[in-house]
Design a protein. Sequence first.
Length: 240
Amino acid sequence: MSGHSKWSNIQGRKNAQDAKRGKIFQKISREIYMAAKAGGPDTSINPALRLVIDKAKSANMPNDNVARAIKKATASGEGEHYDEITYEGYGPGGVAILVHALTDNRNRTATNVRVAFTRNGGNLGETGSVSYMFDRQGYIAIEREGLALDEDEMLEKVIEAGGEDMETSAEVFEIYTAPEDFAAVRDQLETDGFILAQAELTMVPQTTVELTEPQKEQLDRLVEKLEDDDDVSEVFTSAE
């Protein structure tokens, strides 16, 4: 068992994300642009692009937005250039934080991230200071409502599909995969007729940190400030 449920965090932040949908679309468009620029527009031979397009669909991003980003990436000429950067640091209560960014201005992004940390009870660390505490994994959530399968039956389906691990709550089955198996497991579960509430490649903490309520509120402010930055694509924490 992974020992860390993502579902409550996903549900708890959904409304906040809905309110920022335009900014989320802008960030995903940048990821689509990067993936298409690097590997071409054909998802059958560009798995990175397919994953980002799936992410766009999960966010209910219009197909026109996806098509524009791909067209922009494959147009003639140099186009835009973005650097992929990971920032590492600690938040309130010593919680580990990973920040993934796509930026066309490293100095601007570094300054904004540093300010977000220092003004919200955190501090930036050196490269490698917290990344070793996280594992790259595929994550799939299937809501239990309407499913006739019990936990043992579902686990059998997950193992047959190639999944590594499953956690069960009253609301959801949470499935974890090796990153290289994620797409195959996701596709097999969909072929088996399951409706996926969430499917993504993510960073899962090896251990989690329990925070007090004031620390949790401060961490929420820090994560919100980071996610508000146009250059930040993903934020992961080890908070319980």
